[in-house]
Design a protein around this ligand. Structure first.
Ligand code: BGC
Length: 413
């Protein structure tokens, strides 16, 4: 039976207005094709529950520009409902007392038992949950175009740094760009994570980039790390400056380049382009870092707000993020792995299965460490000072030796 206009108006007036008004404004830097597809999984999950999504994208891989935007919003007294954030940035905001307490949602959903301890370190402050981890990424990966490698005569995965360089040189000689790279400080730092780990191993990485030990920083190992960064610099194309990371991934996807050294968000780009791991592209750990994982976890922090509709929406979003089936469907698309230890790997492709296995093993063997490049090793002030040295060295503005002394100095920032 058709309803009259008046009947419709009455129905909509009494249709649980509190529920209908729930909305979230989400500030994030997931603007590439693969990232947007993953974000859509979250958006749709919320929309199914009647929560409206107001998108606040701030482009710029690694999130530097997004963090500047957050500061401006908070300073203006108008923080977004939820913000994508990494490691030490979360703790910095928590210290200022502006983040919402998620303890109730965490307790109701048993987060304490399922989120790995290394991640909880950045999700809790003074014993309170202040962030909801949506994934675990890691930075020590290489992505390769299988056909390009075959054409260059590279048929096995390089196991050491030197083998990797030799293979990249073969790719270059075969007429391709050897390493697709985007010249932005955070991308150079991402490569540096893997090169440092590959050169000095886990103990050196921990001492130098987590403990900020001056002896480890000011060492022949760091010199070798910079020498190796210089080797990589010779294998990128001349137009690398300023290029976005996903454009660099595109070069591997379309067969212009052989390799990209990048975190596993790159896999999201390959999948978005309908490429299949093992068939079209290969994923392997940065040679020399097998068994080690330099992780970074995207988390959503919620700012303290007074509107009850907004706080209800925040609670829903937080619960959704840690829901096991959401963790599976989101991370399958994003290229990352679940931030819970109890999610099956059944829905994941081979690279994802490997990432989950690597993460579990590294966690057990104490070889799981925070990524310096992605805010999980040192606070932003030091990270940015490191970026500056690494980038100036990569661009030939300082030599290997000077880079070592400057890096050690930067650790004091
Ligand atoms: C984030 C990823 C993101 C990447 C590139 C990283 O810092 O953790 O989620 O895809 O930056 O934007």
């Amino acid at each position: 039976m058709k309803k009259t206009l008046l009947q419709l108006a009455v129905v909509s007036l009494f249709a649980t207005p509190a529920f209908a008004q729930q909305s979230v404004e989400v500030l994030h830097w997931w603007t590439s094709g693969g990232e947007a597809s993953a974000l859509n999984v979250l958006k749709q999950t919320l929309e199914k529950q009647g929560v409206t999504w107001n998108d606040m994208p701030v482009a710029g891989g690694g999130g530097e520009a997004a963090m500047t935007a957050v500061r401006a919003r908070v300073t203006a007294g108008n923080p977004p409902t939820a913000v994508q954030m990494l490691g030490f940035d979360i703790l910095d905001w928590a210290k200022q007392g502006v983040l919402a307490d998620m303890n109730d949602v965490a307790a109701k959903n048993g987060w304490d038992k399922v989120v790995p301890t290394a991640i909880q370190k950045f999700s809790k402050y003074n014993g309170k949950w202040i962030a909801a981890p949506v994934n675990v990424h890691s930075t020590n990966w290489v992505w390769a175009n299988k056909e390009v490698l075959a054409k260059a005569g590279v048929t096995t995965e390089p196991k050491t740094f030197d083998e990797f360089i030799a293979d990249a040189e073969k790719v270059q000689k075969a007429g391709f760009i050897a390493i697709a790279h985007g010249g932005q400080p955070w991308q150079e730092a991402t490569i540096f994570d893997g090169v440092a780990m590959s050169t000095g191993g886990i103990d050196y990485y921990k001492k130098a980039f987590i403990d900020l030990d001056q002896k480890a920083l000011n060492s022949p190992t760091t010199l070798k790390v910079f020498q190796r960064m210089a080797q990589i610099r010779k294998l990128v194309d001349k137009d690398f400056s300023g290029r976005d990371w996903n454009v660099a991934s595109g070069m591997v996807i379309t067969g212009k380049a052989g390799f990209q050294i990048m975190g596993d968000w790159a896999k999201g780009e390959f999948l978005n382009a309908k490429k299949v791991p093992g068939k079209d592209f290969l994923c392997f750990r940065m040679p020399g870092t097998q068994g080690d994982v330099t992780f970074n976890t995207d988390q959503f922090v919620m700012f303290k707000l007074s509107d009850p509709n907004k706080t209800a929406a925040q609670a829903k979003m937080a619960a959704d993020i840690l829901d096991p089936s959401f963790q599976s469907s989101f991370n399958v698309v994003k290229g990352s792995v679940p931030a819970r230890t109890d999610v099956s790997d059944a829905a994941f492709d081979d690279c994802g299965k490997k990432a989950m296995k690597d993460l579990a093993e590294a966690n057990k063997n104490n070889t799981l460490v925070g990524s310096m490049a992605h805010g999980h090793a040192v606070p932003a002030s030091i990270k940015n000072a490191f970026y500056d040295v690494i980038t100036r060295h990569f661009n030939g503005q300082i030599d290997d030796k000077k880079a070592v002394t400057e890096l050690a100095e930067a650790a004091k920032s």
